[in-house]
Design a protein around this ligand. Structure first.
Ligand code: ATP
Length: 357
C-alpha cells in the first residue's frame, strides 16, 4: 500500500480563506487515520488535496517518497467514498461496481470475477441485479464502498461516508468498515466531525481546529492526555468539564473552583508553584469526579443512561458540572452532594489553553 506524508501544507482559497495552515502529518502504510474537527476546520480541504482535487498553496504531499503535488487525481490510485453515495441510478448494483473496471478496459471475465469477489466481501451478492433506488441507505453505502474497493486502490479517502445512515445502521457499517480495512490492509484517511466515530475507527486521530493541527495521537492518548483545552473539550462523551480555577499555595495548597474549595495534593502544587501558574483551567471528565452525599453542591438534573447515571451538579457559584454518579447510591434532583477529583486523571491547562500538567 502507501505511506502518505504532508509537509508544511497550507491551502489559502481565493478571497484569502486560510483553510489549512502549515499542516505536517504522516500516515503509515496500512494505517487508518481520521481527520476530526468541527465544521469548517479544513478536514475536507485536506482530503481533497491528498486526492489531487485541490493543489496545496504551499508545502508538499508525498506518497511514499514521491512528491505527488502535480499528479492528476486519476493517476493517484485512490478509492474515494463520500457522504452522498453517488451511485448511477440507471445502472444495476453490478454495473455500478463494474464501472471503474470498464474504464480501465479490463476483460469481461476479470471484471466479473472482481465484482463477485468484492460483493462477497461486503455481503451484497444478493443485491447485484437491483437498482440503487431499491436499496436501503446502508446497502447503498456498501455498494459505494464496493465500487471504491474493486479498483484495488493503494489508498482510501473517505469523507463522512456514514453520515446519511441512521444511528443503528451507522454503528453496524462502522464496525464492518473497520474490519474490512484491517483485512484489506489499505491505508485509509477518513474525515468526520463525530468524535465517537473517530475514536472507534482510527489507529490515530488528527484533531484539527481552524485549519491547524491540535494533536495527532491514538484515541486512548487523546482521551487520557489532551494536548490543550480544545482537544480536552472535543474528545469524550459526555464532554469533559473545563473549569476556571485559582491555585492558592498557603497555608495549605488548595484549588478554588466554582465557589468551592478543594485541597490540592502536594506534588501537583509543587509543579504549579515552580511554573508560577495560579490562574488555570482544570479539566475533569464526568467519570473522574467522585460524588457522595453532602451539602456544598446540589444535584441539578439526573439522567439514567442504562449502564450509568449522569448528572449536572450545581456549584456554589451556579456553575453546572457534569458528573457520572456512583452506581451504588441513588441521587435525586435537589440532593446535596460533595465532590472530589481523581487527581491521577485530571489535567491543568493555562487559561490560554496549553497543557501544564
Ligand atoms: P465540514 O465538516 O463543514 O465539511 P471541513 O472541516 O471539511 O468542514 P472545509 O470544507 O475543508 O472544512 O473548509 C475549510 C474552510 O475553507 C472553510 O472556512 C470553508 O468555508 C473554506 N472553503 C472550503 N472550500 C472552499 C472553496 N472552494 N473556496 C473558498 N473557500 C473554501
Amino acid at each position: 500500500m502507501v505511506r502518505v506524508r504532508l509537509e508544511n501544507v497550507s491551502k489559502i482559497f481565493k478571497g484569502g480563506v486560510d483553510a489549512v495552515k502549515n499542516l505536517n502529518l504522516e500516515v503509515k502504510d496500512k494505517e487508518f487515520v481520521v481527520l476530526l474537527g468541527p465544521s469548517g476546520c479544513g478536514k475536507t480541504t485536506t482530503l481533497l488535496m491528498i486526492a489531487g482535487v485541490y493543489k496545496p498553496t504551499t508545502g508538499y504531499i508525498y506518497f511514499d517518497d514521491v512528491v505527488v503535488n502535480d499528479l492528476e487525481p486519476k493517476d493517484r490510485n485512490i478509492g474515494m467514498v463520500f457522504q452522498s453515495y453517488a451511485l448511477y441510478p440507471h445502472m444495476t448494483v453490478y454495473e455500478n461496481i463494474a464501472f471503474p473496471l470498464k474504464l480501465k478496459k479490463l476483460s469481461k471475465q476479470e471484471i466479473d470475477e472482481r465484482v463477485k469477489e468484492v460483493a462477497k466481501t461486503l455481503h451484497i451478492e444478493d443485491l447485484l441485479n437491483r437498482k440503487p433506488g431499491q436499496l436501503s441507505g446502508g446497502q447503498q453505502q456498501r455498494v459505494a464502498l464496493a465500487r471504491a474497493i474493486v479498483k484495488r486502490p493503494q489508498l482510501f479517502l473517505m469523507d463522512e461516508p456514514l453520515s446519511n445512515l441512521d444511528a443503528k445502521i451507522r454503528v453496524e457499517v462502522r464496525a464492518e468498515l473497520k474490519r474490512l480495512q484491517r483485512d484489506l490492509g489499505i491505508t485509509t484517511i477518513y474525515v468526520t466531525h463525530d468524535q465517537a466515530e473517530a475514536m472507534s475507527l482510527a489507529d490515530r486521530v488528527a484533531v484539527l481546529n481552524k485549519g491547524e493541527l491540535q494533536q495527532y495521537s491514538t484515541p486512548e492518548e487523546l482521551y487520557r492526555n489532551p494536548a490543550n483545552t480544545f482537544v480536552a473539550g472535543f474528545i469524550g462523551s459526555p464532554p469533559a468539564n473545563l473549569l476556571q480555577a485559582d491555585v492558592v499555595f498557603e497555608p495549605q495548597p488548595r484549588l478554588e473552583v466554582a465557589g468551592a474549595v478543594f485541597p490540592l495534593p502536594q506534588d501537583i502544587a509543587q509543579v504549579l508553584r515552580e511554573k508560577g501558574e495560579t490562574k488555570v483551567t482544570l479539566m475533569v471528565r464526568p467519570e473522574h469526579l467522585v460524588v457522595r452525599k453532602g451539602k456544598t453542591f446540589t444535584v441539578y438534573s439526573v439522567e439514567w443512561l442504562g449502564r450509568e447515571e449522569f448528572a449536572f451538579l450545581s456549584a456554589p457559584d451556579g456553575t453546572l458540572i457534569r458528573a457520572v454518579l456512583p452506581p451504588e447510591e441513588r441521587f435525586n434532583i435537589g440532593d446535596g452532594v460533595e465532590v472530589s477529583f481523581d487527581y491521577g486523571k485530571v489535567h491543568f491547562y493555562r487559561r490560554s489553553g496549553e497543557l501544564i500538567i
